[in-house]
Design a binder for this molecule. Sequence first.
Ligand code: CU
Length: 384
Amino acid sequence: MKKTLQLLAGLWSVLWGVAIAETGSGTGVGWGALNMPAGVTPLSHDIHDLHMKILGICVVIGVVVYGILIYSLIHHRKSKGVEPAKFHENTKWEIAWTIFPFLILIWMAFPATQAMIKVYDTENSVMTIKVTGYQWKWRYEYLTDGLGKGIDFFSSLDAKSNEARQLGSKIDPTTVEHYLLNVDNPLVIPANKKIRVLLTAVDVLHAWWVPEFGWKKDAIPGFVTDGWINVEKPGIYRGQCAELCGRDHGFMPIVVVVKTEEDFKKWVDGQKAKQDAGKLDPGKMLTMDELMSKGKEVYASNCAACHGAEGEGMGAFPAIKGSKVATGPLSDHVKLVLNGKATMPAFKEQLNDVETAAVVTYQRNGFGNNKGDSIQPADIQALK
Ligand SMILES: [Cu+2]
């Protein structure tokens, strides 16, 4: 008896929690934590309202149906001496219980369809960003004149989370802030602007998902799909890839930083300056120092996750330090980086000629490999 009561109390608190859940933030401990987040975009509010409405209808139906059921069980039980009625077919009732649920469905279909139409309505957006899924990072390209056109960068798991996630790591993941939910370069957008997001992928299916924005969508190789966001208030919003996309699927989070229009403009200027400063002329002969320092950067954000920060290798991923490839023929090394092999992705789409030349040179001369040779961007072009 006591156990049954406890179970009922538990069920009651869950139901009650969902029903009275605050429409505010879905975070923290409290009844609100049981509900969906209300989100920070007009779409997410619509979806949340729809969810609350449908939930309300379901609760009313549940209470009525189970109420009648429980009432009947108690008041018409055999031990009370009730004789079962022996009727068959009742046309009136059958018509009623077909039409009534049908009407309820229609009633729910209206707001649901309205919300769906809104989800797909990317018209009148003022800004477009192309999001490309890679194994295992995101690429963001800004396509709109005056709003960051030309900005193009990759966003990968932050170094701290990446270090803590390794087997045998000395860092305790629970001490890492936003563990597995932080990136090196977040997507930055202005608040209160309708932004169209184009989604695609280069290798396998990925899905771009930030719960507070109310939707998630697959990023499909060879296809471009779209969605839109219009975030009301500046802040930092986090999400993840939501399509099982291979070994490191859990390690390609999404971070979106929403800034005021003014701050966004400042960020655009800074980002462009940073991008230009990092640009080396692919037509020029680069010095060994230029190649090595650029290569170190490229290695850290593209290779270190699998081959180790010091080129020491990791599990199935071979070491770069003293490896046959990094100390063997130069052209074989470049081809491996360009075309990939087994679980190693092809980098020819991800890295430009300068970056490829730099990272190959770095791998051949860093980590004590000291091979002494180097390659120029123009030679990479020829090997492609
Ligand atoms: Cu993915």
